[in-house]
Design a binder for this molecule. Structure first.
Ligand code: 26W
Length: 826
């Protein structure tokens, strides 16, 4: 697929030229950072040709466009991925070698653009990759945060948050597009004016503060298909650039204030995952990118279409959780106040243009905004939401006459608050969950009332991941091995990977498969030695839990079990025990105290266990600092066991679970989220399932919780583990983990002791861990299990997920892009 402008010699020359032009240096004098920039610019040049060709193809074919609206895009590094998708990785690697440059070291120079928290942001990034690869016209719409997800440093076992200045050195894979800047208006008031000509009221927004939104475009390269789509993220600036006259008039201070006000909006990503913060700045961020994106979409549509009432034929907005739900009211506003449509026409268009994805059932994550704040910041948008609410309540009344409970439960505005999920459901033509179990819980529990009233809107789209980043790039040896055995089709059609099943009993194949896993474990062991100073044995079982830190994900269950094992080994030194390395990686939201304590606990346990020579290194515990997309790729490739141990019903889907599976690590997990479907694909016998079911948990919750104290009082080994949290075993400060201890028991008369059923599931988890050990000891059995996990992962490609969104929700047209250079030759 490599084209002429990208052959080795031209490439090498271009890199040398870039070093010269950018830094006035010779190649040999350039720093690694400078080399990274120079190489990236060369790659970007090639991408730009494809970008233009894609633009031309879209203009000629006029396909329907999806705007994927998301507060978060967790992209990970671009260089390596772009090279792979361009089909040029191999050649470039060689060319660089000839220049004496190691491509891995170069890739390591790139900062991870971490414009997201966790699952929801990474899903958005996988979706963009799949959309481009499948040849669909799509824009990602988001915010160009100056500081993305914080960098995590571990100091004395504690998480310390360090700002992530990812733009400091200049980011080569972005293009500033000031010509597409938009204005966004905050505050002020709405004046109503009667229009004689139309006989209708006009709503005029006045006295507002205006902010300029400036787009930066990042190329999204499809896999070997010449398609380059766009992630458009918005930067903010003051409207009036202050000129010299500002100084003279003493307006300097005001001008600087304006600038700061604007800059504030895009300054930093909120590091909350699953918790609504209710901050004014967050609301500003939401409206800022939603308004700019919708304005841009409508402007683009109007360039080549003149009937705004047919917008839905060419445009669809997908709202990634409720964060961009203002899109509903903003679209109504533009259609009515700017395009001159009446309410009914505007509503008809809007409700065919917007769709909503729900990513969590955790109550504390649901977005509710105080009316006071909302109406002050966005008076016109609020007015529109009020009217949507008024009309919806009439519908509810018609449907359920006299049933005021329904109104109370379903209203968009109630009790002084604007409920964004309700707005999204009422206006959206589609509401989807992200795994089958999750969608069922939405329909039957969380959103039951809405499902009853509008069942046709509800549908499931089980999440997926891109095999191009998480296997082709992250696990290059395995990728090559797979291609050797079944050909390369799996790269764009992951269902093909099931062809590996014929090797499930082939000893040579299994041996090779496990050898690759071993090499990947060595690579991770080296990383751990370098970063943690801990020596881990690549022959031990690499048992991995990497994800955001949250109580419902139950990292605590994992570490308490480690303590339990440690006690067992100390008590029975002769006991047979297969060596284990427990690997954790997780960022905790900066304000989530208990989550941060759990990180400290993991590190304290690591200190004790790793340094206790009496256990002969049978257990090692490692906390990998600053877990992020780039090190995740390496971690998945090296994992033996995938810990997916959330309290059943709480994890909407999970996507890490799929990345482990793809890389040949069986799941140790609860029947939660997409684990259910993973087990369905790979078979019960190739996973380690434990714990209460979602039904059981929900049943307990609906009947006042359960009693962990009974377990504490009757199970001496569990009690010992809990006592060790407060008796100095892991910290001389016996109060350090008191809060964790208390959270598990009724000591403080708290009504929700052990909210996440850690003690309730403990024995079942320990027993499942025993099964893991037994299975691992049987080398052949384990190899077969691991290979079958890879072979059965076909369903979990985001290509499959995106095709389902296209077929059921978006109805996009497929586009083919031919290179202009190729076209010219013909
Ligand atoms: C308002 C603050 C806030 C921020 C982020 C609330 C909620 C979120 C996200 C919904 C959290 C999130 O990332 N959810 C995860 O989404 C993934 C993709 O669908 C799922 O796989 C995970 O199960 C879900 O936790």
């Amino acid at each position: 697929m490599i084209d002429k402008q990208f052959d080795k010699e031209t490439f090498k020359k271009s890199v040398k030229d870039n070093v010269k032009f950018l830094y006035r240096r010779k190649l040999e004098e350039a720093t690694q950072e400078q080399l990274f920039q120079a190489v990236s610019y060369t790659v970007k040049d090639v991408i730009i040709d494809n970008w233009l060709d894609t633009q031309n193809a879209y203009e000629a074919q006029d396909p329907k466009i999806v705007y994927y609206m998301s507060m978060e895009f967790l992209m990970g590094r671009a260089l390596g991925n772009n090279l792979l998708n361009l089909g040029a990785y191999g050649e470039v690697k060689e060319a660089l070698e000839e220049l004496g440059i190691d491509i891995n070291a170069l890739e390591d120079q790139e900062p991870d653009p971490a414009l997201g928290n966790g699952g929801l942001g990474r899903l958005a990034a996988c979706f963009l990759d799949s959309l481009a690869t499948l040849g669909y016209s799509a824009y990602g719409c988001g915010i160009r945060y100056r500081y993305g997800m914080f960098k995590q440093e571990i100091r004395d076992g504690y998480q310390v948050e360090v700002p992530d200045a990812w733009l400091e050195e200049g980011y080569p894979f972005e293009l500033r597009r000031p010509e597409y800047a938009k204005e966004v208006h905050f505050g002020g008031y709405v004046r109503v004016e009667y229009d004689q000509a139309t006989g209708q009221n006009k709503f005029i927004h006045e006295g507002y503060q205006a902010v300029k939104a400036i787009p930066y475009d990042m190329p999204i390269v499809g896999y070997e298909n010449n398609v380059v789509n766009t992630l458009r993220i918005w930067d903010a600036a003051a409207i009036e650039e202050f000129g010299f006259d500002s100084f003279d008039k003493g307006d300097y201070k005001k001008a600087v204030e304006q600038e700061n006000l604007a800059k504030d909006i895009v300054n930093v990503l909120y590091p909350n995952d699953n918790k609504m913060s209710g901050k004014e700045l967050r609301l500003k961020q939401q409206y800022f990118f939603v308004s700019a994106s919708i304005q841009a979409a409508i402007e683009k549509y109007k360039k080549t279409h003149d009937d705004i009432k047919k917008l839905h034929e060419k445009v669809v907005f997908q709202m990634n959780d409720t964060h961009p739900t203002m899109a509903v009211a903003e679209l109504m506003r533009i259609l009515m106040d700017q395009e001159g449509l009446g309410w009914d026409d505007a509503w008809a268009v809007t409700t065919k243009c917007v769709a909503y994805t729900n990513h969590t059932i955790m109550a504390e994550a649901l977005e509710k905004w105080p009316i006071e704040l909302f109406s002050r910041l966005l008076p016109r948008v609020y007015q529109i939401i009020e009217e949507i609410n008024r009309r919806f309540i009439i519908e509810v009344q018609n449907r359920y006459p006299g049933n005021y409970e329904k109104i109370k439960k379903m209203a968009i505005i109630y009790d002084g608050q604007v409920k964004m999920a309700h707005l999204a459901i009422v206006a959206g033509f589609s509401v989807n969950g992200v795994a089958r179990l999750h969608t069922e819980i939405l329909k039957n529990q969380e959103l039951k009332d809405f499902y009853e009233m509008m069942p046709e809107k509800f549908n499931n789209k089980t999440n997926g991941i891109t095999q191009r980043r998480f296997l082709l790039h992250g696990n290059q040896n395995l990728a090559a091995w797979i291609t050797d055995h079944i050909g390369p089709d799996w790269i764009t059609d992951l269902s093909q990977i099931s062809k590996l099943k014929v090797y499930a009993d082939d000893e040579k194949a299994l041996q090779e498969f496990m050898n690759i896993k071993f090499q990947n474990k060595q690579r991770l062991a080296k990383y751990i030695l370098e970063h943690n100073g801990v020596e881990v044995d690549p022959h031990s079982i690499f048992d991995v839990q990497v994800k955001r830190l949250h109580e419902y994900k139950r990292q605590l269950l994992n570490i308490l079990h480690v303590i339990y094992l440690y006690n067992q080994i100390k008590l029975h030194p002769e006991m047979e025990f297969y060596p284990r390395t427990f690997i954790f990686g997780a960022k905790a939201s900066a304000a989530y105290e208990r989550a941060k304590k759990i990180i400290k606990l993991i590190n304290c346990v690591a200190d004790v266990v790793n340094n206790d020579s009496s256990i002969n290194g049978k257990i090692k515990v490692v906390f990998i600092e600053n877990y992020r997309v780039s090190n995740a790729e390496m971690i998945f490739a090296a994992a033996d066991v995938s810990e997916q141990i959330s309290t059943a019903s709480k994890e909407a889907s999970g996507t890490g679970n799929m990345k482990f599976m793809l890389n040949g690590a069986p799941t140790l997990g609860t029947m939660d989220g997409a684990n259910v479907e993973i087990v369905e694909e790979v078979g019960q016998e190739n996973a380690f399932i434990f714990g209460m079911s979602a039904d059981q948990i929900i049943n307990y919750e609906n009947h006042g919780g359960y009693d962990p104290d009974f377990i504490y009082n009757t199970d001496a080994e569990i009690r010992q583990v809990l006592m060790q949290l407060i008796n100095g075993t892991f910290s001389s400060d016996t109060e350090l983990f008191r809060d964790i201890y208390d959270s598990l028991l009724n000591t403080k008369n708290c009504s929700r002791a052990d909210q996440y059923f850690i003690l309730g599931d403990f024995r079942s988890y320990a027993e499942a861990q025993k099964r893991v050990e037994a299975a691992y000891k049987d080398e052949k059995k384990w190899a077969k299990m691991a290979l079958l996990n890879t072979a059965c992962s076909g369903k979990f490609s985001s290509d499959r997920t995106i095709q389902e969104y296209v077929d059921d929700i978006w109805h996009l047209d497929k586009v083919t892009v031919t290179k202009s250079s190729e076209a010219a030759e013909k």
